[in-house]
Design a protein around this ligand. Structure first.
Ligand code: PEP
Ligand code: MG
Length: 577
């Protein structure tokens, strides 16, 4: 079966069908009810400990804060009445603890919700908060038991949500296959960051597999083989070995400079989503972080991260990179990235809706907390701030104004920060490209976000598996917009990078270098291959082809031409043939 390969590599393992949070708390008949009661009581202890720790941390820092919320949570957690009811449910009905707890709590929530009173509204919020926390803890217990089995798993799913990718256990998950999605769905980007092969848009795979089936996935070709024969296994093991050898050979590029044959230095940086990605950045020979997708700090939790929590993370990144540049993109939530605890407006077109900077400019309290945290951490390294999805000039001006207000507040409080911190913006909407001459006068740098730029230029939802054939960086319109952005940046004396998935695409890298792109930011796993490509081309020589490439009318012709040039200049490092 063939889908769309979005993260390269080969894996051979056993199927595990991905279960949504809701499925994990569905009713299950159990025999060992004592085990379920024990699990529930243990979860209460862990939860109590977590809340108390959180409480004492905050108490230390903000002495005057109102702590009623914490007391309410603790009270509810150890409420005898609730505990007894849940135990009775488990034992009396022989059911799992997760379902029993949800049943009992939903009952209370329903009663309180029916009373129109502010106090009751708070109780409902507290109950929901505790319920979610306890369910997550109980599920994590079960998952730890699973992990101990050590079996290498290939996750099969209908649609892997972006936040789910951060929950995958890297010690056991060695591949991902989904029925939906595209090359730049955030889940595909995360699979690449996890360095596991992934195939998306494989319609019908779920009806063909069950838990435990043997399976091979080939992320280069988008191929999936269920129940492979011995010969197929042998063939793929040999391919895996060759792939590893080619990767090993590339390591000679770790300490090399990124410089074209005719002496142009290029900056090669990494994209990160969490602190877990930092070792990958450091070991990849990367020259900095060109995109920190901070929205992942906000995911898989029950409420917004505090200023202190964010400050600790940004400080850690700054210190780990030891003076190398780190571009921190402010919150880019919405589109295909959701927060469990934040109610987004119901929209028909989320990618055209309440997203990224639009939300930050609306919820300035959330935006300011993040800016404060970044500024405070800016004294520990070379941090830069970047605003996502600017589509209007006034959005950039407003965002900068808010940044200035935050700086003024810090000044008043005598808190140190780097007042010269560079401020940039993502260019990922055609309207921004077309006014990039004006925008460039307001920032220190641009970073081109091709994942969104393609979807907004060609009017194709980047996650729609039925339209993958139209979603392509080889569209002449996309290449012209990129060139226009680079030209306008340079005309105004600012540097320009690119941090969409195109940055690691070997067939386009030479063209981007020849157009004058200053920085490329990509998945750390792609850094060495990209350095190989850049070090094998002459910017001046390749630039002779720009006009010809931009005069081609179809994507296919563009792609063919780029591949032909890659051959001509011998600047293609194929990990795997
Ligand atoms: C982009 O749009 O190219 C980009 C880098 O941002 P994201 O993929 O997070 O939307
Ligand atoms: Mg984007």
């Amino acid at each position: 079966m063939y889908g769309h390969g979005v993260s390269p590599g080969i894996s051979i393992g056993r199927v595990e069908i991905f279960k949504e949070f809701d499925e994990k708390i569905r009713k299950r008949d159990v025999i060992d009810v004592k085990h379920e009661v024990k699990k529930y009581l243990q979860a209460i202890r862990v939860c109590k400990h977590n809340i108390e720790e959180e409480y004492s941390e905050i108490q230390k820092k903000f002495k005057e804060e109102n702590f009623d919320e914490y007391h309410n949570h603790l009270e509810m957690l150890v409420d005898e009445e609730i505990i007894e009811q849940v135990k009775r449910e488990i034992i009396g009905r022989h059911i799992n603890a997760e379902f029993a707890l949800k049943n009992v709590m939903d009952n209370y929530i329903g009663i309180f919700e029916s009373i129109d009173d502010e106090e009751m509204n708070h109780r409902v919020m507290d109950l929901k908060y505790i319920l979610l926390k306890l369910l997550k803890i109980m599920i994590s217990f079960s998952e730890t038991e699973n992990k101990k089995s050590g079996i290498k798993k290939i996750i099969i799913t209908r649609n892997l949500k972006t936040a789910d990718t951060t929950k995958l256990d890297l010690n056991t998950v060695i591949g991902i296959v989904s029925e939906t999605g595209g090359e730049t769905s955030h889940s595909a980007i995360m699979a690449k960051a996890l360095n596991v092969p992934a195939v998306v848009a494989l319609e019908g795979i779920l009806s063909k597999v069950k838990d435990g089936d043997e399976i091979i996935i080939d992320g280069f070709k988008g191929r999936v083989i269920v129940h492979p024969t011995d010969d197929q296994k042998k063939e793929y093991l040999a391919k895996q070995k060759r792939e590893n050898e080619r990767k090993e050979k590339l390591k000679e590029y770790i300490n090399k400079k990124t410089i074209t044959e005719d002496g142009h230095m290029i900056e090669l940086s990494s994209n990160i989503a969490t602190l877990n990605d930092i070792p990958g950045v450091i070991n990849s020979g990367s020259e900095g972080i060109g995109l920190f997708r901070t929205e992942f700090i906000y995911m898989n939790r029950e409420k917004l991260p505090t200023e202190e929590e964010q400050y600790i993370i940004y400080k850690r990144v700054a210190l780990s990179l030891k003076g190398k540049p780190v571009v921190i993109r402010t919150l880019d939530i919405g589109g295909d990235k959701e927060l469990e605890y934040f109610e987004f407006p119901k929209e028909d077109n989320p990618f055209l809706g309440y997203r990224a900077i639009r939300m930050s400019l609306d919820k300035t309290n959330i935006f300011k907390v993040q800016l404060r945290a970044i500024l405070r951490a800016s004294i520990f390294g070379e941090l830069k701030i970047m605003f996502p999805l600017i589509s209007h000039y006034h959005e950039l001006i407003n965002a900068k104004q808010i940044l200035q207000e935050v700086k003024n507040e810090l000044d008043k409080e005598d808190i140190k920060y780097n007042n010269d911190i560079e401020v940039g913006m993502m260019v990922e909407v055609p309207s921004a490209v077309l006014i990039s001459d004006f925008l460039a006068k307001e920032v220190d740098f641009f970073s081109i976000g091709t994942n969104d730029l393609i979807q907004y230029t060609v009017a194709v939802d980047r996650t729609n598996e039925h339209l993958n054939y139209l979603y392509t960086p080889y569209h002449p319109a996309v290449l012209k917009l990129i060139k226009m952005t680079i030209d306008n940046a340079h005309k105004n004396g600012i540097w320009v990078g690119l941090c969409g998935e195109v940055a690691g695409n070997e067939s386009i890298i030479p063209l981007l270098v020849s157009m004058g792109l200053d920085e490329f930011s990509m998945n750390s796993n792609e850094v060495l291959r990209s350095r190989y490509v850049i070090n094998h081309i002459s910017k001046k020589e390749y630039a002779k082809h720009i006009d010809e490439i931009l005069s081609l009318r179809s994507c296919l012709k563009v792609k063919e031409k780029l591949l032909e040039l890659n051959k001509k200049y011998n600047c293609f490092y194929k990990i795997f043939e």
